[in-house]
Write a protein that binds this ligand. Sequence first.
Ligand SMILES: N[C@@H](CCC(=O)N[C@@H](CS)C(=O)NCC(=O)O)C(=O)O
Length: 329
Amino acid sequence: MIGLSAAIGLLPAVASAGPTLDKIKARGTIKVGVGTTPGFFAPGSDGRWKGFFVDFGRALAITTLGDPDKVEFTNSSPQQRLPALQAGEFDVLLSGVTVTITRAFQLGFHFGPTVFYDGQGLLVRKDLGVSQAADLDGATIGVQSGTTGELNIADFFRKSGHKFTPVTIEDTGEFINALESGRVDAITQDSSDLIGKRTQLKKPDDYVVLPERLSKEPLAPAVAGGDDRWLELVNWTVYATVQAEEWGITQANVDEFLKSDDPAIQRFLGVDPSLAQAINLDPKWAYNIVKTVGNYGEIFDRSLKPLGWERGYNRLWKDGGLLYSPPFR
Ligand SMILES: N[C@@H](CCC(=O)N[C@@H](CS)C(=O)NCC(=O)O)C(=O)O
């Protein structure tokens, strides 16, 4: 207690809620831009959105409004979603947006922690007999406009000296159709997107996602610049899921952990409310996130394991992955 009071004593009083949180509270819902890749985001048969990114949207609804259902998910094309975020139509994009330096500096976006480390892939018809991108010399390749994939594939072919013909498509349905109709020989996108979308093809077994990855695609929540407090809420909402996994706190055992003697866990779960009070959040916010959507590993396993995804880079740092939460103190 003395340590915490001394630490916060050095700081000015808690910052104001911030314009985005004020807007969310006044509206009573949080607006989240998403995609449509199976496993990552999809409206369920009951109309309720589900998926890996969707769960982070629900966690944010808990942080901001204390209710996982006070969130409105809207699909927006990769080309339209960044301008829409800039125009304030979304509070956050959870749509597989890659962190890039130009999006930060030129477009003025801020990124939360990477929630999925991905890489660009190629989805091709098996009967083309190709095993790597370089075999696609002379091919026609579909790219989705406004994506990093559109830029990376051009770099790849320039570097390798091979030729290709890009076919730029905005609409996701058309993008997939172009492959099925034979208008293009291959399509390129984040491998997460291709592996999910392959399952939606009429004959998925006739197609393969090549094992090669052409780029680094760290996918993170994106917010408009200029609202530091909002960015921090996004950051720490994601970190809460990672920290819970590190401590082994799950949806099923979180109530047991309320009895933990560990002071850090007591602060995290709000048994000791001093931390939440110091940062002006409901003492139960992290508890509610774990209880409702689970820790990072549970979020991953719920939506992505059924599709055959391995954790890979998306394991905790202590298990050899890249996920790491700074301290909750
Ligand atoms: N990561 C790339 C691509 C983002 C992207 O297109 N994501 C996929 C989902 S992972 C998507 O939204 N596809 C369109 C859809 O699902 O409707 C970027 O930031 O430019």
